[in-house]
Design a protein around this ligand. Structure first.
Ligand SMILES: Cc1ncc(COP(=O)(O)O)c(C=O)c1O
Length: 367
């Protein structure tokens, strides 16, 4: 038996030729590449959380309804009255659940998104067996509404994904454009508004769920400060949400995540204050970046900033050599040529980044 032919005989060709999702090793770096909240919970709360977690019954499966956790999400995170939430192991899992649910086996099923977009939209579509259609953003990174509407008419997507604000560009699409897409989808397709960065945008379609039967709003606790526990949630009209519940793996949220999230939501003011500090830092960092020669700063409603520099590869390499990790988006899409994405962090880390950027820019211009 050869392992090579075993893999060739069993694993799908598109999976065999694909690469794993790459996460660079960040040890020893100032980590500004993954839109994490740099702040931990205060020490006193962490101690309290520790004793709560010590009491969690690890020998038991989670209570299947996740009642107390869902109740806190509904109450503290602005879910409309009469609407439930579906929980995911990060919003990554929610995207995969939606794609799996809408991937018909006997007819073409399409997931459509503006591009550049969050990479998991395309990956989840492909793994589920849906066709991915990407509609390029305009050069100013706004939605190309006529192109979106034409693509919707042509491809009749079961799912349209719109990140609001968008990753990796950081901007909020025009809400009137999103409404036009919701209307164009009508009762032929769903529109998922991915609000991963809502704590930094403070604008949301969540309260508008009752207006649109085909709207799904998805969020995560990751960017609010809990990326490590992996918890996402989505809401939609109850009859629609119930369909996705059938595909959600039972017990997908583990008891430690459940207990930690319940605890954190009981102290959500602490997380909201951290988000406020980061919004403040975003303004200061954007201004400092805009003052640097050769740096173009794009407006951000998220906890990261997109910039264009004269030579992104050289600047990225310069930052790496100065132990600063950010994301080089230059090769991701033509509208992102020479673009870099930087997570907004603490005043100290932002200052370290700015100093390293200045040196890297000077070195790249001298080359
Ligand atoms: C737009 C968007 N949606 C979803 C996610 C994934 O979030 P989670 O950590 O909940 O899987 C990210 C992560 O970067 C994102 O940028």
């Amino acid at each position: 038996m050869s392992l090579e032919s075993l893999i060739a005989n069993t694993i799908r060709p598109d999976v065999r030729s694909d690469k794993s999702y790459h996460v660079p090793d960040a040890s020893g770096f100032v980590k500004l590449d993954a839109m994490e909240n740099p702040y931990q919970l205060p020490a006193e709360l962490r101690r309290e959380l520790g004793s709560r977690l010590a009491d969690v019954a690890l020998n038991r499966y989670p209570a299947a309804s996740y009642g107390p956790l869902k109740e806190r999400i509904r109450a503290k995170l602005g879910i409309p009255a009469g609407y439930d939430v579906l929980l995911g192991n990060g919003s990554d899992e929610l995207i995969a659940i939606m794609a799996a649910t809408c991937a018909w086996q006997d007819r073409r099923a399409v997931l459509l998104a503006p591009v550049p977009a969050f990479v998991m939209f395309q990956r989840s579509a492909q793994v589920a067996g849906m066709d991915f259609v990407g509609v390029p953003l305009k050069a100013d990174l706004t939605l190309d509404l006529p192109a979106m509407l034409a693509a919707i008419a042509e491809h009749k997507p079961a799912l349209v994904f719109l990140a609001y604000p968008n990753n990796p560009t950081g901007n909020l699409f025009d809400s009137a454009d999103i409404e036009a897409i919701l209307r164009a989808q009508g009762d032929h397709g769903l529109v998922v508004v991915d609000e991963a960065y809502e704590p930094f945008a403070q604008q949301s379609f969540m309260p508008r769920l009752p207006e649109f039967d085909n709207l799904i709003v998805m969020r995560t606790l990751s960017k609010l400060g809990l990326a490590g526990i992996r918890l996402g949630y989505m809401s939609a009209a109850p009859a629609l949400l119930a369909q996705f519940e059938k595909v959600r793996p039972p017990y997908n949220i583990n008891v430690m995540t459940q207990a930690a999230a319940e605890f954190a939501l009981d102290h959500v003011d602490v997380l909201n204050e951290q988000a406020r500090l980061l919004r403040e830092q975003r303004t200061l960092l954007s201004e400092a970046l805009a003052a640097l020669p050769g740096v173009q700063v794009f407006p951000s409603a998220a906890n990261f900033i997109l910039v264009r520099v004269p030579d992104a590869d050289a600047v990225h390499a310069g930052l790496l050599s100065r132990k600063i990790l950010i994301k080089n988006l230059s090769k991701m899409h033509s509208v992102l040529t020479n673009c870099l994405r930087i997570t907004v962090s603490t005043p100290e880390e932002n200052a370290a980044f700015l100093a390293a950027l200045e040196s890297s820019l000077t070195a790249s211009l001298a080359d």
